[in-house]
Ligand binder design. Sequence first.
Ligand SMILES: NC(=O)c1ccc[n+]([C@@H]2O[C@H](COP(=O)([O-])OP(=O)(O)OC[C@H]3O[C@@H](n4cnc5c(N)ncnc54)[C@H](O)[C@@H]3O)[C@@H](O)[C@H]2O)c1
Length: 427
Amino acid sequence: MTIAVVMGVSGSGKTTVAAGLASQEGWILLEGDKFHPAANVAKMAAGLPLTDDDRWPWLRAIAARADEVRAAGQSAAIACSALKRAYRDILIGDRPDAVLVYLCGSKSVIAGRVAVRTGHFMPPALLDSQFATLEEPGPDENPIIVDIGDTPTAEVEEAIRQLKARETTESGHRVFATYPSLYGRVVLVTGGASGIGAEDVTQFARQGANVAFLDIDDTAASRLIETLRQEGLPQPLYLSCDLKDIPALQAAIAEISRLLGAITVLVNNAANDQRHAFEDVTVEFWDERMATNLRHQFFAIQAVAPGMRAAGGGSIINFGSISWHASQGGMAAYTTAKAGVEGLTKGMARDLGVHGIRVNCIIPGWIMTQRQIDQWLTPEAEENLLRAQCLKTKLVPADVAGMVLWLASDDSRMCTSQLWIVDGGQL
Ligand SMILES: NC(=O)c1ccc[n+]([C@@H]2O[C@H](COP(=O)([O-])OP(=O)(O)OC[C@H]3O[C@@H](n4cnc5c(N)ncnc54)[C@H](O)[C@@H]3O)[C@@H](O)[C@H]2O)c1
């Protein structure tokens, strides 16, 4: 489901682009102006600008209709000026499937369009007030920006291109490449019940891989399995396993191999980045953090290696972290373990390369999993993040999963012993 709010000043072509989106994607078209109460229409026809008090009921009526569309499991394109942030907060709000499409153009381009337009109730003289009111969407609103001035067809195509290229939410998904080499491949994802691991499990399942995952969070695991079932995907194999318990990990890997065949893709994903003050760290806590964030990666590699070797090769993907590269404090045991993951990657790539087994490390930046959003994302932190990143968009698990799929596939067959940073250009 997608609710695309096509915004811009009068004359920017909202209705044309929204109608194009709706017809090409098979969505419902909602013309925002049709939701105006009669009093608003009369005011605009008389050349009087609307006040915010005029607008609130109008915007709420559009949002209510959009929610009806969502509840029916449908998608819609909404043409609505949505000039102020406060208006967009009503239309977009925290709806995870709503996206802003901003038609951006200079006053002179738009003035030219309005001048030739007929049959519209907005007199061109109101353009000045439109531009005075316009608050352009900021990076935190994550808008799709379409520069106007091209043909309407090209503008619709550009909006669709950007929509397709972007993650929507858990309820929708971007189009990934298909890797024929992943079809039927036996894949193990550790910590696959939630966060980035769950996205990896989902994407491997969509590739037709034979997926198994380990976790301690049985509730999240059941939720994921149900989501995949509803999508009509084959059920992944889930084994509950505390990765701190190495004999249990070894037994789980033996069981997966018995049930599915040799594991030829291992994603060493599980970790816990709980913050800790260095003054409070005890020997027991330190060892526990190493067991949670580093030790199991080695023992999982050790356990899958014979099967991969017998199968003629495999791909192992270890998860590091940008945090220690960026001198992040407040979790010394985690950052130390994550630095160790890179050493593990390089050392094992040398030992296993002779058997055709590749070992790579993905280093994520700040990825907006639900846990990260709940625990650490504040407006200030978000502002700092977007300032630090070259790309001014927050990363989501799918951004990492794209790299995981490629490293797992034969398309990366000669890449090993490398560190792959996925951070929007933060480092
Ligand atoms: N999300 C980020 O911003 C970010 C940034 C840098 C690196 N990373 C790395 O990416 C990987 C995935 O991150 P995430 O944010 O999705 O993590 P997460 O904490 O959201 O999920 C980790 C998963 O591992 C499971 N897990 C934790 N301890 C376990 C144990 N002892 N036994 C079995 N399962 C266990 C959890 O239940 C959870 O399902 C991790 O290695 C993390 O360090 C994430």
